[in-house]
Design a protein around this ligand. Sequence first.
Ligand code: PHE
Length: 341
Amino acid sequence: LRDKYLTAVAETSDEGALEEIRLAALGKKGEISLKMRELGKMSPEERQSTGKALNLLKDEIDAALRAKKAALADAALDARLREEWLDVTLPGRPRRAGTIHPVSQVMDEVTAIFADMGFAVAEGPQIEDDWHNFDALNIAPEHPARQEHDTFFMHRAEDDPRPPHVLRTHTSPVQIRAMLDQGAPIRVIAPGRVYRMDMDQTHTPMFHQIEGMAIGRDISMANLKWVLEEFFSAYFGIKVKTRFRASHFPFTEPSAEVDIQCSWVDGQLRIGEGDGWMEVLGSGMMHPKVLQSGGIDPSEWQGFAFGMGIDRIAMLKYGIPDLRAFFESDLRWLKHYGFNP
Ligand code: PHE
C-alpha cells in the first residue's frame, strides 16, 4: 500500500491527479480509511500494532502529498516567471502620437476666449427640424435659403405628414433652443457643425460655425462691437479693428456684416494691420419675432447675435489656403497643421 501511493505521488505532475490520489488513499471511502474501520473487528493486540502502522502510513502519505503539492506550485511559479520575463533596460518603442485637428484647436481657443467674457456653451442637434432651423428664426417658407439647392433635406416617406428634418444650415437654431431652455438674461455661444450644398476652394458641404447671443434689458450694438473686437484681438494676439456694414438677415434687425482689419504685405496676409478689410461674420440685434419664438418678451428684453465661420478664422490664423484640406484627412497635412496635445 505504501509503495503504491508513494510511487503514484512521485510520478504525478499535476494538482488534479494529486487530489485524486489523496481521495483514493485518505478520503472518507479511501483505502486507508476503510482499513482503519476494520480495526474494530481485531483483537486488542492486533488492533494496537495495525492501528499504529496505519496512522504512520497515513501521515507519511499525507506528508508526501503536501510536499509534492508545494513542489508543483514552485515549478508553476518558476515557469510563469520565465514566461513573463521582461527586460526593463530595453529602449522603448516609439509610438506615433496623433495631433489635435486645427479646427478643434480653434474651437477650443474661441470657446475659452468667450468663456472669459461670461459666455456659456449651448448645444443643439445637427439634424434639426424645419421649425428651429427656419420658421422660429423668421425665415419664411419662400425664403431662398430654404430651397433644395442650399439645404440638405432628410426625406420622409411619401405618406409621412410631418415636415422634413434638415441638416442644420447654420448654428442659429441653437439661439432658439437656448432661449427656450434658459430664458433671459442669457449669454451663450454655440460652436458646431453645419451643412450646405456647396463645394469649392472656400466652401465644403460640412463646415463649422460659432453662434454668439447675449440678451439683457439694454444690450446694444455697441456691446456687440466691443465683444467682437475684444474677441478678435485676443484670438489674433494683436489689436484688431472691426468694420460693420449694413446687411440683411431675417433673424436680426438691424443686421450687419462684420469685417476685420487686415492687409497684404509681400503676398502675406496680416490681420490687424493696414487699411484692408475682410468679412468674417454676420450679426445684428435679435429680431423681436425671434425673441418671441424663444419665449422671451421683446418689450422687456433685447439682444445681439452673431454667427461666424470657424474654418475661415482658422485658415486666417494659420495661413491655410484651401478649406477643403481641413477635411481630406491627409496625415502629412494633419501632422503639419495639427497641434500636439
Ligand atoms: N446664421 C447666419 C449665417 O449662417 C449668421 C448670423 C448669425 C447672422 C446670427 C446674424 C446673426 O450666415
